[in-house]
Design a protein around this ligand. Sequence first.
Ligand code: FES
Length: 96
Amino acid sequence: MLLKDHWYVAAWAHEVTRGLLARRLLGEPVVLYRSTAGDPVALEDRCLHRRAPLSLGRVVGDEVECGYHGLRYDADLLTLAAHTSSAAADRVEVTG
Ligand code: FES
C-alpha cells in the first residue's frame, strides 16, 4: 500500500537532467527535470490546456514548454505564457 503525503523515491539523482523525464508516481503522471541552477523540479505531467503530456515538450530556460500549443510552465506551475499566439495568451488565466 502506498500512502500519500509521505516521501518516496521519484528517480535517482543522475536520472534527473536538463531533459524531461516522465514517471508515474502513486498513479499520477509526473515530469522531472533540472532548472538552470541544477535544482530538481517535478510537475504534474499534464498541460492545463488540453492535458497533453508536458514530458513530450521541451525545457526552455527554467520552464517546460508544452509541445502541443506552446504554453510554458515554471516550477510553481504559475508562469504561463503562450509563445505561439499572443491572442491565446491574453485569454489564459491561472489562479492558485
Ligand atoms: S495542450 Fe499544451 S498548450 Fe495546448
